[in-house]
Design a protein around this ligand. Sequence first.
Ligand code: NAD
Length: 260
Amino acid sequence: MPKLGLGVYQVVGDEAVGTISTALELGYRSIDTAAFYGNEAEVGRAVRESGLPRDEVFVTTKLWNADHGYDAALRAFDASAKRLGLDTIDLFLIHWPLPAAGLYVDTFRALQALKRQGRVVSIGVSNFTRAHLERVIGETGEVPAINQVELHPYYAQSELRAFHAAHGIVTEAWSPLGRGAEFNDSVIIALADKLGRTPAQIILRWHMQLGNVAIPKSTTPSRMAENLAVFDFELSGREMTQIAGIDKGARQGGDPNLVD
Ligand code: NAD
């Protein structure tokens, strides 16, 4: 899976097709969508029309909260695959665990069936806490390939990352740029000035060196290119520690135990 992909939440209609086409031209090879984003058809269209071989573009989509449960999840996957118009999906995620509903293990079993049928290559989860992951692993015997969670310098999730690493789960960062929250941070600005990079590049390079997959969102071609250009410089151990020092445990999005 590419270490950097394009997130396309809130990018819809013609803008979605145009943005994804531009991203693919710029060199992006991974697109993160979801049933909830209402743009799966546009993602599929842009991927098909790119002319790139299908196995060169990694497509992730996610199962929405209304579709938890074994049969509902199978139906939801069919609908997503139809909208995407792709024969196989590279990665299918449970968008939120909804612990109060208590159906995420059954839902994951449906994802296992889809994987066995070859309709999806890899299966994973999103917004799962350690407790949710432990239950899935304990009850199904399968380790989700990936957990996509909110993660940026002000919310660095070091304990969850360590749990992922111990179990071979890939950490994927959503809102990897903290939706801009850290762009004015003095540590990030100082590093950007010192290394001749932008704040976004410093943050994305930090993700790469932590071993995260990151899916920054932008619809501006120059920013999309900027976000991809983080493989020709390195942060020193000391610089990584400086960034670790600005973690505030400050989440922006929903609490996985409460979102329903
Ligand atoms: P982000 O951290 O990617 O920030 C996006 C914001 O930063 C946008 O306003 C954009 O204009 C700006 N930006 C991007 N690149 C920039 C640059 N180089 N310079 C200046 N500004 C720049 O936040 P996000 O959009 O919330 O998250 C990214 C993706 O993560 C989403 O599109 C979606 O695919 C995914 N996501 C998943 C979940 C989930 O529950 N699984 C939740 C939220 C987002």
